[in-house]
Design a protein around this ligand. Structure first.
Ligand code: ATP
Length: 323
């Protein structure tokens, strides 16, 4: 388990991480999200003992990284694509890492196979594409068969096959009961990969929530109903508005209802004898929810045009913050 306790990091007068607390549970993939400069990499670096906290603690199984007895067997990490010795082969690079941690050479061949680099293992790492270098970095993280995995932007530079491969790998690792913390800016991919999310902005916690709760509770979920019976549809809209649902009518034949269950919309149509030609639910995407939650926290945010719903957003933030 990873435990971040009131973690703070200052670089001069710049506050990179500010009183941040959360835990990362075993057996799940936890997505670590936040705009550029939010403090994700700094937090991961403190977990790996590469930066020291100004105050607070970043612990793996209750200990700072530097106090772990066998760190490579406890934590495997991929930070930004490492600068590798360009003439050293992928295999030799991993062998060097293995030797210095008392890991047997056969484990190097196992991880090379796991990341599909066996055939190019003798090639100099300097000739690797970005995707191959990422796979090599992941191989290094897996070397000690660690309980905890931390990947910072692992799908950077990967083609769609590679992206899917990382998704399946991290899901399998969590399925084996490992703790997986994963950062990425690719929201659609994160939505498919993560069970839980920790979202930070300007070094502070914005949300710590399961993916399912975040999407389910979002105001952006809608039910669309289509019918040729325009008058009846008007009556349905009135009934739903009276029940405090937000109802739009993009055309005479269509209603878009926010915050209602499909059963409620279907029942209202039935009551007003409106023949339903289509009833469609649409869930908010993680990307939309994320954009709402982090609006204002981005370091170089472009002005975002938004329908005014600040009240709903503040409520949502409060809800998410508490869960
Ligand atoms: N070594 C350093 N010296 C000074 N400032 C730093 C240093 N490392 C990070 N920072 C600053 O700390 C803040 C957090 O940076 P960090 O790299 O942790 O963010 P991030 O969430 O990983 O961003 P990105 O998504 O762009 O990788 C930024 O404002 C950054 O400029």
């Amino acid at each position: 388990m990873i435990s971040i306790q009131r973690l703070t990091k200052h670089f001069g007068d710049r506050v990179a991480v500010n009183d941040l607390s959360f835990t990362v549970q075993a057996g799940k993939v936890t997505g670590f999200l936040g705009p550029n400069g939010a403090g994700k990499s700094t937090t991961m670096r403190m977990l790996l003992g590469l930066d020291s906290p100004t105050s607070g603690a970043a612990l793996v199984d209750g200990k700072p990284y530097r106090e772990l007895k066998d760190p490579l067997r406890k934590v495997g990490a991929l930070l930004e694509a490492k600068s590798l010795h360009p003439r050293r082969s992928a295999r030799n690079h991993l062998l060097a890492q293995a030797h210095s941690h008392g890991i047997p050479a056969r484990r190097v061949d196992e991880v090379l196979a796991e990341v599909h680099l066996t055939e190019v293992a003798g090639k100099p790492a300097g000739e690797f594409s970005l995707g191959m270098s990422q796979r090599l970095g992941i191989a290094g993280a897996l070397l000690g068969d660690p309980e905890v995995l931390m990947f910072d932007e692992p799908v950077n530079g990967l083609d769609p096959d590679g992206v899917r491969w990382v998704r399946e790998l991290v899901r399998a690792m969590a399925g084996q009961g490992r703790t997986v913390l994963l950062s990425s800016h690719l929201m659609s991919e994160m939505q498919l990969t993560a069970d839980h999310l920790v979202i930070i902005g300007r070094g502070e916690l914005i949300a710590d929530t399961s993916m399912a709760d975040l999407i389910r509770n979002n105001e952006g979920n809608t039910v669309t109903v289509r019918s040729p019976e325009t008058r009846g549809l008007g009556a349905v809209a009135e009934q739903l508005r009276a029940a405090f649902h937000d109802v739009r009518r993009p055309s005479p034949y269509e209603l878009v209802v926010r915050g209602a269950a499909p059963e409620q919309v279907g029942d209202a149509c039935f009551r007003h004898r409106v023949p339903v030609h289509r009833l469609q639910t649409s869930e908010a995407s993680l990307e939309n929810v994320y954009m709402e939650l982090t609006a204002g926290a981005a370091e170089y945010a472009a002005p975002v045009e938004r329908v005014p719903e600040a009240g709903a957003l503040m409520e949502q933030k409060a809800k998410v913050g508490q869960s």
